[in-house]
Design a protein. Structure first.
Length: 310
């Protein structure tokens, strides 16, 4: 009986010791994860949460609406030109994530950054409007009352709204050229998400002045499949293939499902171009991976360096 009792106590002791060891290991792992998170937040704080100075803020007027523009001059001895940044339609001029990071970091590479607040996502499925109301921006005519059911869209509605939105982006970028005159040199356009899809379309239609380099990040066009096929423009992959200037195509795993689905098609459509005319990179561009942002900046700087011959 004593031997059994001792064996029982020994079992309890070692079980308790194992549980205690596991607890310490878990706490150590938790501390590592916590410290890692703090380090990540610390790294991001320099590029994401820096307040915007009043000196960087300017305004333009497009279709009777005031639109914020953020201008960050080049820093250091390098003076290559200016970069126009157009983020997703649901962000501010300061952007977010990779766009905000690029806006703040590119000036140190010799490029002034000029950022606009993109046109609001006017064709998102939470409103309805008639064609004659589309041009009345800023009057909240696109909002529904709480008791109203979100209606379905017709192809003509989507086309009207998309054209309005693209016209606003077109007018914005045209006015940025005047702001960019104080930074002579090459011109780069960096556009992300649905704004990238619209910029590509405008360039394909020759409505925008051709840049020396176009950088698209996760490009897509929203609700493209809802527009009648005969009324649609060429797909993004085919439009990119027909543009005759250097294009840098950046895609991330956390991009819109439409941009992810077209990644391979974009690459295949442009495979006949030289590496100086088209390149595609798959990167990690989410908020928790600043390494992916750094890599994106390196690719942009490398492509731009060849463009300016340095």
């Amino acid at each position: 009986m004593k031997l059994i009792r001792r064996a029982h106590y020994r079992t309890i002791f070692f079980s308790s010791l194992l549980a205690l060891t596991s607890l310490f290991s878990f706490n150590a792992l938790s501390n590592d994860l916590f410290n890692s998170t703090l380090l990540s937040a610390s790294l991001l704080s320099d590029s994401v949460f820096i307040p915007i100075s009043d000196a960087e803020k300017q305004q333009i007027t497009v279709q009777d609406q005031t639109i914020e523009v953020l201008v960050k001059p080049w820093q250091g001895k390098k003076q290559h030109g200016a970069v126009f940044l157009v983020g997703p339609t649901d962000t501010h001029a300061s952007g977010r994530g990779i766009i905000r990071y690029l806006r703040q970091q590119i000036p140190s590479k010799g490029w002034a950054s000029i950022s606009i607040k993109p046109t609001e996502g006017l064709y998102r499925p939470n409103f309805a409007t008639s064609a004659d109301q589309v041009t009345k921006a800023g009057e909240k005519q696109l909002e529904l009352n709480a008791y109203q059911i979100t209606p379905k869209y017709s192809s003509s509605q989507l086309l009207e709204l998309r054209n309005f939105q693209q016209n606003v982006i077109n007018e914005c970028l045209a006015q940025l050229e005047a702001i960019g005159e104080q930074f002579p040199g090459k011109r780069i356009i960096i556009a992300a998400d649905d704004s990238a899809g619209m910029v590509i379309n405008l360039l394909h239609q020759d409505k925008l002045q051709q840049p020396d380099l176009l950088v698209v990040i996760n490009p897509y066009r929203e609700f493209e499949q809802l527009i009648d096929e005969q009324s649609r423009d060429l797909s993004i992959p085919l439009q990119l293939a027909e543009l005759d200037f250097p294009i840098l195509d950046l895609q991330s795993e956390n991009g819109n499902i439409e941009s992810i689905a077209e990644t391979q098609a974009r690459k295949q459509s442009n495979q006949m171009k030289t590496s100086h005319r088209y390149r595609q990179y798959l990167l990690q561009l989410d908020l928790n991976n600043q390494g992916g942002w750094d890599e994106a900046l390196e690719h942009i700087e490398g492509f731009a360096r060849k463009m300016v011959g340095r």
